[in-house]
Structure formats: structure tokens, C-alpha cells
Design a protein around this ligand. Structure first.
Ligand code: ZN
Length: 275
């Protein structure tokens, strides 16, 4: 199954994705901190209110996530391009719910940053609370997957040795288009790519993750309880703009797409903020 958060005529809905249509679910208005797999599976489908995806405004998956834990340097090739050692413990940094935008919203270049970069990533959305989750049990805690562009202000990321300010920028990070449930997709070696103005700039597959999704769930839940609606961003492959020669940053008018086989694609236009 796949589900979408969407708005129609000023109201929020959760819909089951049925091809190019959405079927609203009774009793749910948002995938987020109150959402469990059972709630999604058992909610009544209001088939009579089926609506074309094209007629609604899609919203971010889990737009009010209590925690967004992002993983840095989780693909070997990206570590090599960053001139770093293979890690034995993942780099982690936060984003906030205020960082998230809709899967088709514009990526707005803030006036302060001149190095806005793309990072295509798999997002894992948690559906069951847990602390010190063992890797073998991690699958029970996954509500589903989505596609994310971990948009990063590189000049702010590297102002200090902490990355937060370059990563947790307000209204920077598209997440969607849908929540795809684990039973729907085999991610073992699913392809992941980022395309900028029609040119492929990142291309890998999920078998190249250094820390697997179960390992990440175990590692994060060791220090903090994971809750439904929480999001883990699993890191980006090589090819980010900052590490290219010459460097490549997002510019007004660009169009960037992140796609993961079986999970979907998000495409965002880049615009300059007018202040
Ligand atoms: Zn990232």
C-alpha cells in the first residue's frame, strides 16, 4: 500500500494511493505522530470520495514529525568523495518538522546561502514506538518509506564542526510523494538517483548503504525513543554538488528530481527567495 497526506478545499486528508487517484480514509487527517500501521490498514476507505492526485495539494509525509534524525556519510562512494575514513558509528544530525516541505513545493534559495546543494535519500518513517530496538525487531517499527531531498546549505553546514544550521533550515526539505509500506517494496538493491535539469548527478542503489535501515533504527533508538511519525533520513550517495569539480549548486529556475525504485519520485523547482 501507499498513502498520501493531502489537502483539498482547505481540509487535510490521508488517502490510499490507487494509481493516479487517492481514496480518503475515515478518522485520519495526517500521517504523523498518531499514526500506526494498524490505523492505516483498518481505516474505512471512502471510495465515493475518490479524487485524482492532480486535483489535490500533496503535503509532506509526516509533516509534524517529533524527530527527524539524519544520517551523514552512509555510502562508501560519498565517503571517498568527502575524503573521510569508513565510519564505525554513523554521523547523525537533526532536522526539525519546520524543515519539511511538500513533495512538489519549490525549493526556495534563502538570501543568506550561496551553496544550496541537493542530497537524494531514502526516508524511513516510524510506526511503532521503541527504545533500544534490536536489529532483528527493527522491521516491526517501520511504518513505511518515502523519498527525500536533504537540501543542504553547504556554507552554513561547514561554518562549524556541527552541521545543524546547514541542514535544519526552515522550509528546505521535500519529503514524499507517498508513504510506501514495507510489504509493498523490496529495497535490498533498489536504485536511487538524483537528476538536475535532466542530467543524472547521483546514481547508486540501496545495497551500498554502510549502515542498513535495521542498524540505523537500533543505533538511533539506543539514545532516544523512536515514536510513530519520526523520520530517519538514511544518507546520500556520491555526486553531491559540493564535491564536484567544478562545484555545482542549485540555482533559480533549476528542476531537481530524486527517485527511488519502488518508492517513487519527487520533483521540485528551485526559486530564489525575494526579501
Ligand atoms: Zn543527507
Amino acid at each position: 500500500m501507499a498513502y498520501a497526506n493531502y489537502e483539498l478545499r482547505g481540509r487535510n486528508y490521508v488517502g490510499e494511493v490507487d494509481g493516479k487517484h487517492l481514496i480518503p480514509l475515515t478518522g485520519l487527517d495526517e500521517i504523523g505522530p498518531a499514526t500506526t500501521a494498524d490505523a492505516l490498514a483498518s481505516a474505512e476507505r471512502r471510495s465515493a470520495e475518490r479524487v485524482p492526485v492532480a486535483d489535490v495539494r500533496l503535503r509532506a509525509v509526516s509533516p509534524r514529525a517529533g524527530k527527524i534524525v539524519c544520517i551523514g556519510l552512509n555510502y562508501t562512494a560519498h565517503i571517498e568523495e568527502s575524503n573521510r575514513e569508513l565510519p564505525t558509528y554513523p554521523v547523525m544530525f537533526p532536522k526539525y518538522a519546520s524543515s519539511l516541505i511538500s513533495p512538489d513545493a519549490d525549493i526556495v534559495l534563502p538570501p543568506e546561502s550561496y551553496q544550496v546543494d541537493y542530497e537524494g535519500e531514502l526516508a524511513v518513517i516510524i510506526g511503532k514506538a521503541g527504545r533500544r530496538i534490536r536489529e532483528e525487531e527493527a522491521a516491526d517499527h517501520i511504518l513505511g518509506y518515502a523519498v527525500c531531498n536533504d537540501v543542504t546549505m553547504r556554507d552554513y553546514q561547514y561554518k562549524t564542526h556541527q552541521w545543524m544550521q546547514g541542514k535544519a533550515w526552515d522550509n528546505s526539505t521535500p519529503l514524499g510523494p507517498y508513504l510506501v509500506t514495507p510489504g509493498e517494496v523490496d529495497l535490498t538493491d533498489a536504485a536511487i538517483s538524483t537528476t538536475l535539469n535532466g542530467e543524472v548527478v547521483q546514481e547508486s542503489d540501496l545495497s551500498h548503504l554502510i549502515f542498513s535501515v535495521p542498524t540505523l533504527i537500533a543505533t538511533v533508538s539506543e539514545f532516544t525513543e523512536l515514536q510513530p511519525g519520526d523520520v530517519i533520513l538514511t544518507g546520500t550517495p556520491s555526486g553531491v554538488g559540493y564535491r564536484r569539480d567544478p562545484q555545482l549548486f542549485l540555482r533559480d529556475g533549476d528542476v531537481v528530481t530524486v527517485e527511488i525504485e519502488g518508492v517513487g519520485a519527487i520533483t521540485n523547482k528551485v526559486t530564489a527567495e525575494r526579501v
